[in-house]
Design a protein around this ligand. Structure first.
Ligand SMILES: [Mg+2]
Length: 321
């Protein structure tokens, strides 16, 4: 027999996180603990209003399958019990963690054949004035970050990007518009980004407007984030995106994330691995995917004033495993 615990936590950020969707000052997460024979598996998720999720709705979803979990439902059974999303993610990762402990391993060891000892992670430059963003990019570069993820909304695109590129001429830049752009003007913005040697553009258009990317010739890769949740998302991305951003809170856990990675690679997509604002608990569960991805964007815990223990070790731009 197992014991199930579900609870919420709020983690303050040291700096406001500003993206096209709004400003956040704390990370609110849901934690699941599954205890069995003295071993305890822990999983964490970040409910996301963009996908219709709240702390309350996610906790209710998890509670709704409490009886099945306490009577021994495994990861395979879980995939049918809950839809993809944050709730299934927390449970799936708790079950992975429990299985790892039964095997005497860490979760990343159990789920990945080979792991590097360090991973380059993107560090996020949040939305601000062109000067603020350029200064922030430069400060991250000076502290060792080489891959910067620039958040944009629908304003001051060239002013911000030109200022940032001038401040960090050698950085690898990726840009995330979080669905804030429109198809009118997209070609010119893509050309500007390519001229500034930006490596990739993430989710420029609302997911509902993906059709506008069909037959849209663009000079840099475009990556699906809000448009790509699970393997079921892939058919509608074909011919529109070259990359996908895998996040466990979208796939509903590591189990589907590994399956999505394999299927997307087989279909020719390049992979990125992302995260929400979260603690090291959530990042640890995503580590098995790091060997497969072109860009890892795992800086969530670096925004927290304090991280959950045991914390992963981050230096600016690098995550040590
Ligand atoms: Mg994104």
């Amino acid at each position: 027999m197992r014991n199930l615990k579900i609870y919420e936590e709020a983690w303050s950020l040291h700096t406001p996180f500003v993206i096209a969707r709004g400003t956040r000052s704390e990370a609110k997460v849901v934690v699941v603990e599954i205890e069995e024979n003295g071993l305890k598996g822990t999983g964490e998720c970040t409910p996301y209003p963009r996908y219709g999720e709240s702390i309350a709705s996610v906790m209710a979803q998890i509670a709704s399958i409490g009886a099945q979990l306490e009577s021994g439902a495994d990861r395979q059974a879980l995939q049918q019990l809950l839809p993809a999303g944050a709730a299934r993610n927390a449970v799936d990762c708790a079950l992975w963690d429990l299985d790892a402990q039964k095997a005497g391993q860490s979760l990343p060891q159990l789920a990945a054949a080979q792991l590097a000892t360090r991973v380059t992670t993107a560090q996020t430059v949040v939305i601000g004035t062109p000067d603020q963003m350029a200064n922030s990019a430069r400060a991250l570069w000076d502290k060792g970050a080489r891959l910067l993820k620039v958040k944009l909304d629908d304003h001051l695109i060239s002013e911000r990007m030109v200022a940032i590129r001038a401040a960090v001429p050698e950085a690898t830049l990726i840009v995330d518009a979080n669905e804030a752009w429109h198809s009118e003007g997209l070609a010119a913005r893509c050309q500007l980004l390519a001229d500034l040697n930006v490596a990739m553009l993430e989710q420029p258009l609302p997911a509902s407007e993906d059709a506008a990317l069909e037959n849209f010739i663009h000079p840099l890769p475009i990556c699906a984030d809000e448009s790509c949740h699970t393997r079921d998302s892939l058919p509608k991305l074909a011919g529109r995106y070259e990359m996908i951003n895998i996040k466990l809170d979208k796939t509903g856990g590591l189990t589907e994330a590994l399956a999505l990675a394999a299927e997307a690679k087989a279909q020719g997509y390049t992979l990125m691995l992302g995260c929400m604002l979260c603690t090291s608990r959530a990042i640890r569960a995503a580590l098995p995917l790091t060997p497969q991805v072109r860009f890892a964007d795992l800086d969530g815990p670096t925004w927290l004033a304090a991280d959950a223990e045991p914390a992963l070790r981050f230096a600016t731009g690098t995550l040590y495993l």
